[in-house]
Design a protein around this ligand. Structure first.
Ligand SMILES: [Zn+2]
Length: 371
């Protein structure tokens, strides 16, 4: 799944327009009906695109809004990435199961940083559904599961069906048990092989309790620890189980993010590794000490960036690091995200309500600098 997305982005990165075009990203608030998606887009454009940009890229903006209206009924995703070069009649609209900050970017090619960020940060989860005879191996990424493999075991039918008794029955029972555990081992091996080939971050198991347990026992410890959950179920309808998976994995990812944002708040209030507010976050980013950055989806702030050493600042004047003249930016957050990404920080975009009256941006430090 991730591979397909990476290929999609690679294809987009080869696109060069002969004239300037636009890239537009935004999130669709939960509960938005599909017919209202283009309205959401329109409101963002109204609020965040400058009159100058509207004049220069009016036909691109119109093309994107029209395109979003058309796909609106089939989108059903959390976010939209759109690219348009009206002069070339180029239009691409991608519904993505991920949240994006509103981004408007003009240039000679699609602006792909927000999409790349999502692909890097979203986990890919291997999903193993197993009963006594069959195992289905699927892959979850960005809200969808795709099946990658099916394994069939050769398990003899129940002994009693043949009416054996005594020693024969005992022998048959043993044979069945051996085959079952052989099957569990095969499933575990195939799972681990796929996990390493396809770079899975986590695993999720479902199926008959005993089989699941046996498969899990064959995993080495790191993969046992990367098993997010085991869902006890009778795998009759594999598609129904995949639907449950999609919800469970999404819940897990969501919870991880909530926990991280709570950790930032908690550790900031007791003077540990958390920092809340633009100034301390920028100072940590300039230090290169950010382990995780948490930003409210709609949080924006004017700020300054050094054209020479790319240091960030909330005040203008000379760069405190190299004395170059700082440049003013309408919104410094995209630069903060880039800087965080360069330091390999985890990046979490939060719905705006989550932090209440807090400053809309926070981070977790890798370490605390002692002075
Ligand atoms: Zn500088």
């Amino acid at each position: 799944m991730k591979k397909q997305w990476v290929q999609k982005v690679e294809a987009l990165s080869d696109v060069k327009w002969s004239a300037r075009g636009i890239s537009l990203y935004f999130s669709i608030p939960s509960g938005t009906s599909r017919s209202e998606i283009s309205l959401v887009a329109k409101n963002y454009v109204k609020k965040a695109v400058t009159p100058g940009q509207k004049e220069a890229y009016g036909s691109d903006i119109d093309a994107v809004l029209k395109g979003i209206r058309q796909i609106g009924s089939e989108a059903g995703k959390k976010g939209i990435a759109a690219f348009s070069c009206a002069r070339e009649n180029y239009l691409q609209i991608l519904p993505v199961e991920a949240t994006f900050r509103f981004t408007f970017h003009a240039g000679n090619m699609p602006y792909l940083f927000p999409l790349r960020l999502v692909l890097e940060q979203e986990p890919e989860v291997g999903c193993v559904v197993v009963n006594q005879k069959t195992a289905w191996l699927g892959e979850y990424f960005l809200g969808e599961i795709e099946e990658v493999n099916t394994i069939a075991g050769e398990i003899p039918r129940k002994v009693k069906d043949f009416g054996f008794e005594g020693r024969d029955e005992l022998r048959m029972t043993r044979r069945v048990e051996e085959r079952v555990s052989q099957f569990a081992r095969d499933v575990a091996e195939k799972t681990l092989q796929l996990a390493s080939e396809r770079n899975w971050d986590y695993l999720f198991l479902a199926g008959r309790e005993k089989m699941m347990g046996q498969v899990w026992e064959y995993f080495p410890k790191p993969w046992q620890e990367k098993t997010l959950g085991m869902l006890k179920t009778d795998p009759e309808n594999i598609n129904a189980i995949y639907k449950i998976f999609e919800r469970k994995v999404e819940d897990f990812v969501h919870t991880q993010r909530e926990l991280l944002s709570e950790q930032v708040l908690r550790e900031s209030s007791v003077g540990k590794k958390g920092r809340v507010g633009l100034e301390p976050v920028i100072s940590a980013l300039n230090d290169g000490s950010v382990q995780a950055l948490v930003v409210g989806l709609d949080f924006t702030s004017r700020g300054y960036i050094c054209p020479q050493c790319s240091a960030l600042s909330i005040r203008g004047g000379k760069c405190p690091y190299c004395s170059a003249n700082l440049q003013e930016e309408r919104d410094i957050i995209p630069f903060a995200l880039k800087k965080a990404h360069q330091q390999k920080a985890q990046i979490v975009l939060l719905p705006n309500s989550t932090w209440g009256n807090n400053a809309g941006i926070g981070c977790l430090l890798r370490f605390i600098r002692l002075r």
